[in-house]
Ligand binder design. Sequence first.
Ligand SMILES: [Zn+2]
Length: 180
Amino acid sequence: MSYCSYVNNGKLNYYHKNYHDNIYGFPAKNDKELFGRLVLEINQAGLSWDIILKKEKTIKNAYKDYSFIQIAEFNECDIQRLLNDNGTIRMRRKIEAIIYNAKKVLSITEKHNSFKCYLDKHHSLTFSEWLSLFKKEFKFVGKEICREFLISTGYLKGAHKKSCSIYKKIIKEKPMWLCS
Ligand SMILES: [Zn+2]
């Protein structure tokens, strides 16, 4: 059974329904939102997506609404704060990777105008090319994290089945995978 079928048949909770209907596969509107999607994917590694969706609000809050400018400045005190915050995923490796990636995204925005411009520029890459690019730029971006990030933000297709009502909604928002 696909994710779409599970959600559309009411087999998953509200958090999944909201994610499926309003976020998954929809192009992110701005750089903070894009970075936020990456933060969530990194946090998810080895855990269920359910845990991440339930903590989404508190994770967003702990990571300054996904302001990579602020996260790039995080120091050991911030790491300790996150490690003690029940609303987040308390794993040092993930936290440090997110801080490292925030610094990288910040330098990308300085060179390419925005994180979105940078990703848009690479929209025609194959998945394995995306993966090499991400591995070169970022930390903690394995195959699954990279793939899910790109699918969830509309750079790669495959978020929804063609028969899913959300598929048509997403087409109207012109995800980048449509352009290749
Ligand atoms: Zn769907």
